[in-house]
Ligand binder design. Structure first.
Ligand SMILES: [Cu+2]
Length: 171
């Protein structure tokens, strides 16, 4: 677009008005296209997330499937969740069956993909997100295998001082 702007000969054109109009139109179209593709990029492109599960954890695998179905590129390790939780600074009291890392944030437990997307878009000052324990009805703990039971639960935003606030509520 800048090359277009500095293209020689434009200033000396004998139809400056039409040229200026064409230039403005293409500039606006370009800006819209750029903004739009930026938005599409944020929504539809795979995001990389690394997961450490508990040893032989079935619901962890189900949660990984949920992430994959919702635009995440998942690198999953069998085991290692406690070490990952410690390394990322997620307090043990918010612990669950698996720990993930994305953009330097810890994601503990059965956090819905929707809140992870929101986390990396909003980039709050925080350790990360947690759904403590394993509420039924959360992604990976849902469906007929759990008799479709829906426990109320909160997605917590864990601040750097270890305090928690409600990031999203499912009830
Ligand atoms: Cu689980």
């Amino acid at each position: 677009m800048l090359q277009w702007l500095h293209r020689p000969g434009l200033a000396g054109n004998d139809a400056p008005d039409r040229n200026r109009r064409a230039f403005t139109t293409s500039l606006v179209a370009g800006l819209i296209a750029t903004a739009f593709s930026g938005r599409l990029f944020a929504v539809s492109t795979d995001r990389s997330i690394e997961v450490w599960t508990g040893p032989s954890c079935g619901c962890c695998k189900e949660w990984v499937k949920h992430l994959q179905a919702n635009g995440f590129d998942v690198l999953s390790h069998e085991g290692g969740n406690s070490d990952a939780r410690k390394r990322l600074g997620m307090p043990a009291r918010y612990g669950s069956c698996h720990t993930a890392e994305i953009d330097g944030y810890a994601v503990e437990g059965h956090v819905p993909a929707r809140e992870i997307h929101r986390l990396v878009e909003e980039k709050p000052q925080a350790i990360g997100l947690s759904v403590p324990a394993m509420p039924r009805g959360s992604p990976g703990m849902d469906g007929p295998a759990y008799d479709n039971v829906q426990d109320p639960y909160d997605v917590l935003l864990i601040a750097r001082d270890g305090s928690a606030s409600v990031f999203e509520s499912y009830r």
